[in-house]
Design a protein around this ligand. Structure first.
Ligand code: C2G
Length: 134
């Protein structure tokens, strides 16, 4: 059984996230997603709208996702790869090269990001439309 691992905040879930998760799952048989905790998002300087528990509930409901674990720090990836016997580490290519140091532990795959959608873009558009609600 080929085991896949990916990391992310996955806030305000959108088609870019789903495309990533689908393609990651297509690379193997079992997909583990490490979701950034609220505390780690503060370190990443990312403010998630949904709490870790909400994001975990949402990710666990996705057909491509087999298991969700917490991402608490930048340093846990090697331990996770060993602990979960990971064959392939997957990230969107906005991270291209950043995790090549893991290639002595498993295969590394960077998948093209889905253009035209992002959580930041969603938040900006919501904020802008809100301005015009009477
Ligand atoms: N993604 C994508 N296309 C988009 C937006 C996101 O393919 N339009 C991918 C990202 O490349 C990432 C995953 O979806 O692989 C999750 O995106 P984020 O939640 O923004 O993840 P990030 O905050 O970059 O966290 O240790 C790694 C970090 O936790 C990654």
């Amino acid at each position: 059984m080929k085991r896949i691992l990916t990391y992310g905040t996955f806030d305000l879930l959108h088609r870019g996230h789903i495309n990533l998760l689908k393609r990651a799952k297509d690379l193997g048989d079992y997909l583990i997603v490490a979701i950034s905790t609220d505390e780690f998002n503060r370190i990443k300087k990312k403010k998630a709208y949904y709490s870790f528990d909400d994001r975990r509930l949402i990710l666990e409901a996705i057909r491509y996702v087999d298991e969700v674990i917490p991402e608490k720090n930048w340093e846990q990836k090697i331990l996770d790869i060993k602990k979960y016997s990971i064959d392939v580490f997957v990230m969107g290519d906005d991270w291209k090269g950043k995790f090549d140091y893991l290639n002595s532990y498993c295969d590394i795959v960077y998948l093209p990001r889905t253009e035209g959608v992002s959580t930041t873009k969603i938040k900006k558009e919501l904020f802008r439309t809100n301005e015009f609600i009477e």
